[in-house]
Design a protein around this ligand. Structure first.
Ligand SMILES: [Zn+2]
Length: 220
C-alpha cells in the first residue's frame, strides 16, 4: 500500500457559499475545516429564516462556521439585533470583526454601497472607506457581502462593486477575498496575491444554480 502523502494535505480547507436566501435545504455542501457564509441568509429578512438557517447549519460537519450578514439580512441590522445573533447557535457571526483559526486570520463585514435602502447600506465614498480602514493588515481571508469594484461585480455590463473596498483590498492583500451579493458573477478570479471568490449560489433570476466553492489554504 502506498504511504499517505501528508505533503499534499491542505492546511485548512475552506468551503464558501453566499446568498442562500432561505433556500438552503436543497444545497449540498462539501466537507471542510471552515464553512464561510458571505451574507444573504434571508430572502424576506425574518427571524424565522435565521432560525431555519441555523438549524440547517447544525446538520453540517464543518468544525468552524463563519457567517456575515448581507443586504437581505434585516434581523441583524435593526435595533434588537441580539435576537438574530442569539439564534445563530451553530456559527460565529462576524460584523466588522475577526477571528484566528489555526494561525489564519479571518475578517468579516456586511456593508455594501447604497442601493434601494437595503440592510447594511452605506453611501459610496468616505463612510464605506472608514469601515474598510478597520480591516487589519494581517487579514488572510477577507469576507464581505459586496465585491470590490471591478472584480466579479458586473450587472448589465456595469461594475457595481465598492470602490473603497477595492482600495482596502490592495492595502491588505489577503490570500482570499470571499463575497457574494452580485448574483450575476459567481466564480473565482486570481489577481496578484489575492484569489477573489464570488460564492453566490443564486443566479440573477433568483434560481439556486451554483455549488459552494472549495479553497485550500496550503501555507497559512
Ligand atoms: Zn443575494
Amino acid at each position: 500500500m502506498a504511504p499517505i502523502d501528508n505533503q499534499n494535505k491542505p492546511a485548512l480547507r475552506l468551503v464558501c457559499l453566499s446568498d442562500l436566501h432561505d433556500a438552503q435545504q436543497t444545497v449540498s455542501v462539501p466537507d471542510g475545516d471552515v464553512l464561510i457564509v458571505a451574507g444573504d441568509i434571508c430572502l424576506e429578512g425574518r427571524l424565522a429564516e435565521v432560525k431555519r438557517f441555523d438549524d440547517w447549519l447544525g446538520t453540517l460537519p464543518h468544525r468552524c462556521k463563519l457567517v456575515i450578514a448581507g443586504n437581505h439580512d434585516w434581523p441583524f441590522e435593526i435595533v434588537g439585533k441580539g435576537a438574530a445573533i442569539n439564534l445563530l447557535k451553530n456559527a460565529i457571526y462576524l460584523e466588522d470583526a475577526g477571528i484566528e483559526i489555526n494561525g489564519v486570520n479571518f475578517w468579516g463585514s456586511p456593508w455594501q454601497p447604497e442601493f434601494c435602502d437595503w440592510a447594511f447600506n452605506l453611501p459610496r465614498g468616505p463612510r464605506l472607506a472608514e469601515i474598510w480602514d478597520g480591516i487589519p493588515s494581517n487579514t488572510d481571508v477577507l469576507i464581505t457581502h459586496t465585491p470590490p469594484y471591478g472584480i466579479l461585480d458586473e450587472v448589465f455590463g456595469e461594475h457595481v462593486g465598492c470602490e473603497a473596498l477595492a482600495v482596502a483590498v490592495q492595502r491588505v492583500r489577503p490570500k482570499f477575498h470571499v463575497f457574494g451579493h452580485i448574483h450575476e458573477c459567481h466564480g473565482v478570479l486570481k489577481q496578484g496575491e489575492t484569489t477573489y471568490v464570488n460564492a453566490s449560489l443564486h443566479d440573477e433570476r433568483f434560481c439556486l444554480r451554483h455549488q459552494p466553492i472549495v479553497l485550500d489554504l496550503q501555507d497559512p
